[in-house]
Design a protein around this ligand. Structure first.
Ligand SMILES: Nc1nc2c(ncn2[C@@H]2O[C@H](COP(=O)(O)OP(=O)(O)OP(=O)(O)O)[C@@H](O)[C@H]2O)c(=O)[nH]1
Ligand SMILES: [Mg+2]
Length: 383
């Protein structure tokens, strides 16, 4: 090892030793190649680093190929209603019991693990909104590596709009949740974390266009290289906030997904429940909505599930007419223009203004297209 390596190099080398993901190792190896002094004494080192980079890139390709293959190991449930929520938990945690309380479904409930072997979809209605709940077959420690039913139950979490983590199979809810989160993490599902502020729109032609490339170290050229490494040659990329090249790789390679999640405590008759619940709240209360089933009435449970989806309901009304009793369901932070789009695209095109009852200062106040609507608003659109 040449003695005259600069301190920045040694720092990155340390980071490399601690790196967890292939994506991080690739980026740090590139960084080492860049930082290594270029002279006779470092030729061997550079050669080694380049070989390592090539090897890591091969491994990444292999991993992605495998992941694509694994999609055959996935359950798929067609989405219905305003959102799809998957119930994920250990076998015997009470998922089917919960589903039968919240919907009209009658899944088999029994006192042995893996009673449910196929996903069970069912519709839950709350305040005029239909939400699809899907019971996933049980997840166990090691599902991500093929134990139990393997990756199939976890695959449902990747496509759902939100995950309800059901606890109740063991006497230790904290440990139960830890295991579930670990299994999700291992298949690249990050819950209740903010995704990097990057939008990648693949196109059929036109090359790679990048807005905000200065927010990635290595700039536009590096962004292009990362996309091309993953077989993307035409895309419009917008970056709003600093993002590490490793994160960008994860996004482009679709090796991570960001999902909303909440916790459902399905059983309140475990020994020493009070103490265990407070431990759960202490450890996870900051990051997760923790819903106790049984303590509150079921309508309240449904309402909390709806709330954790970050959706809003808007009731449209014609001028001089009554508001519709079926709400439009939109994402939080939607605007008047989004409301119009949800009604009809022609209406969106010709929209001039709207009147709103609810979130505005005055009932029926006139607002512009960019006004952000709130849950429960009544909206009169004027074209
Ligand atoms: N004591 C108690 N038992 C419950 C409760 N909820 C469910 N059970 C029982 O726990 C067992 C498993 O319940 P299920 O609803 O079938 O659990 P599951 O999570 O769907 O199980 P799998 O489909 O096998 O993964 C059944 O015997 C239920 O009667 C509860 O709140 N308290
Ligand atoms: Mg079940």
């Amino acid at each position: 090892m040449p003695a005259n390596l600069p301190p920045e190099y040694l720092k990155v080398e340390e980071q490399y030793a601690r790196a967890k993901t292939l994506e991080e190792r690739i980026e740090l190896t590139r960084e080492l190649i860049r930082l290594a002094p270029k002279h006779k004494g470092t030729e061997k080192l550079l050669k080694m680093l380049k070989q390592r980079l090539a090897k890591l890139q091969r491994e990444l390709k292999e991993k992605e190929k495998k992941r694509a293959g694994k999609s055959t190991q996935a359950f798929a449930i067609k989405k219905e209603g305003a959102a799809q929520v998957v119930f994920l938990g250990f076998p015997n945690s009470g998922k089917s019991t919960l589903l039968s309380k919240l919907t009209a479904a009658k899944p088999e409930i029994a006192d042995y693990p893996f009673t449910t072997l196929e996903p069970v979809p069912a519709m839950m209605e709350i305040d005029g909104v239909q939400i699809q709940l899907v019971e996933a077959p049980g997840v166990v420690e090691g599902s991500s590596e093929g134990r139990g039913l393997g990756l199939k139950p976890l695959s449902l979490a990747r496509t759902a709009d939100a995950i309800g983590l059901v606890l109740g199979a063991t006497d230790d809810p904290v440990e139960e949740l830890n295991v579930l989160l670990r299994e999700l993490e291992r298949v690249g599902i990050k819950v209740n974390k903010k995704p990097p502020a990057v939008k990648i729109e693949e196109r059929s032609s036109g090359g790679i266009e990048v807005v905000g490339a200065h927010l990635v170290s290595g700039g536009e050229e590096h962004v292009r290289e990362i996309l091309q490494d993953h077989g993307v040659f035409n895309a419009h990329v917008v970056i709003w906030e600093p993002v590490s090249p490793a994160q960008l790789r994860e996004l482009v390679g679709k090796s991570v997904a960001f999902k909303k999640a909440f916790v459902l405590v399905a059983r309140k008759d475990i020994p020493d429940i009070e103490r265990k619940l407070s431990a759960l709240l202490e450890r996870f209360g900051k990051d997760f909505e923790i819903i106790m089933v049984g303590e509150e009435d079921l309508e309240e449970v449904k309402r909390k599930i709806f709330k954790s989806l970050d959706l809003i309901r808007v009731f449209t009304k014609p001028p001089d007419g009554e508001p519709s009793d079926r709400p439009l369901v939109l994402k939080k932070h939607s605007t008047i223009l989004d409301v119009a789009k949800a009604v009809h695209k022609d209406l969106a095109r010709n929209l001039k203004y709207a009147r709103v009852w609810g979130s505005t200062k005055f009932p029926g106040q006139q607002v512009s297209k960019s006004y952000e609507v709130r849950d429960g608003d009544i909206v009169e659109l004027h074209a």
